[in-house]
Design a protein around this ligand. Structure first.
Ligand code: UTP
Length: 292
């Protein structure tokens, strides 16, 4: 299979990050000076994706505005000779072809992906959740695409998580086939630690075949009354081999408090222009807190 298209579901309500998500999509939360979804789109582009579909919903206009050209702002920056800032703003407007479709009701990740069927038009698709950032030398989704193209099979991105957190994830039962790669035997959505077959958790990256849409249509609402992608994948697994790839890099679930704070700290530390000042600041804050 050849993967050219990516789908970024970004229509969830983000209840874990309330109240900010009352009026701001969690995908637009700032990580240093750009929104979460900027990093996600950048990852897809670096992986060679040519076409991106973002699934948006109510109150998500800010996402479209962000990736749109902003002629007024560009004019203002040019007039004032702020050419560095101008270049940044222009680049965002020209990143890649981005399309949008609206999920009218947040009926779950599976339902969000179903909205991509027409656009994807019979091709395989890469899925990147809009609230999961992966920072790594080789883009996270690229690591999956390589396996999917080599094996001609669907691939989910996974990571080992502490057992006490398995109930937050879809969990995979797999047999190792090579370093960092499993053939999936079964999977279960948000099990309790005693039910979980392993601590290998599905993270927000997938490469899926177009048949996934037929399976999603047949999937009844599952946990939380939502149409769960994991349930559809489980059915697909009965007909096709499927692999789980341990994604290397650092991952931030920005839809959770600590994930969001950690992303800001670590991503600022990875930036040359901020690193030193942020280290000094962190040292000072820790000293002051310890002395209180
Ligand atoms: P999450 O379960 O993390 O998103 O879904 P959520 O429902 O917004 O979060 P909480 O739990 O209420 O805080 C993972 C991804 O799937 C998208 C979300 O936007 C997120 O990127 N999603 C989820 C949809 O697009 N539609 C949905 O109906 C649900």
């Amino acid at each position: 299979m050849k993967v050219r298209k990516a789908v970024i579901p970004a229509a969830g309500l983000g209840t874990r990050m309330l109240p900010i998500t009352k009026s701001m999509p969690k995908e637009m939360l700032p990580i240093v000076d750009r929104p979460v979804i900027h990093y996600v789109v950048e990852e897809a582009i670096k992986a060679g994706i040519e076409d991106i579909l973002i699934i948006t919903g109510k109150g998500k206009r800010a996402i479209e505005d962000y990736f749109d050209r902003s002629f007024e702002l560009e004019y203002y920056l040019r007039e004032r000779g702020k050419l560095g800032e101008l270049k940044q703003v222009e680049e965002i407007g020209e990143m890649v072809d981005i399309y949008y479709v609206r999920q009218k009701k947040p009926l779950g990740l599976g339902d969000a992906i179903l909205h991509a069927e027409k656009h994807v038009n019979g091709e395989p698709l890469a899925v990147l959740l809009g609230d999961d950032i992966i920072m790594s030398e080789k883009p996270g989704i690229k690591q999956l695409i390589e396996v999917a193209e080599r094996k001609d099979a669907p691939v989910v991105g996974v990571e080992e998580v502490p057992w006490k957190f398995v109930s937050r994830y879809g969990i995979v039962e797999g047999e190792p086939v090579s370093r960092n790669l499993y053939r999936i035997r079964d999977m279960v959505e948000k099990p309790s630690p005693s039910e979980a077959p392993s601590n290998i958790a599905i993270i927000g990256r997938y490469v899926l075949p177009p048949e996934i849409f037929e399976f999603l249509k047949r999937t009844p609402p599952g946990k939380g009354g939502e149409i769960q992608l994991t349930d559809a994948l489980r059915e697909l697994l009965k007909e096709q081999d499927m692999f789980a790839k341990v994604v290397s890099g650092r991952r931030y679930d920005v839809g959770s408090h600590v994930g969001f704070i950690r992303a800001n700290l670590e991503i600022s530390l990875s930036r040359e222009d901020l690193r030193e000042e942020v280290i000094n600041l962190m040292e000072r804050v820790i000293r002051e807190v310890q002395n209180e």
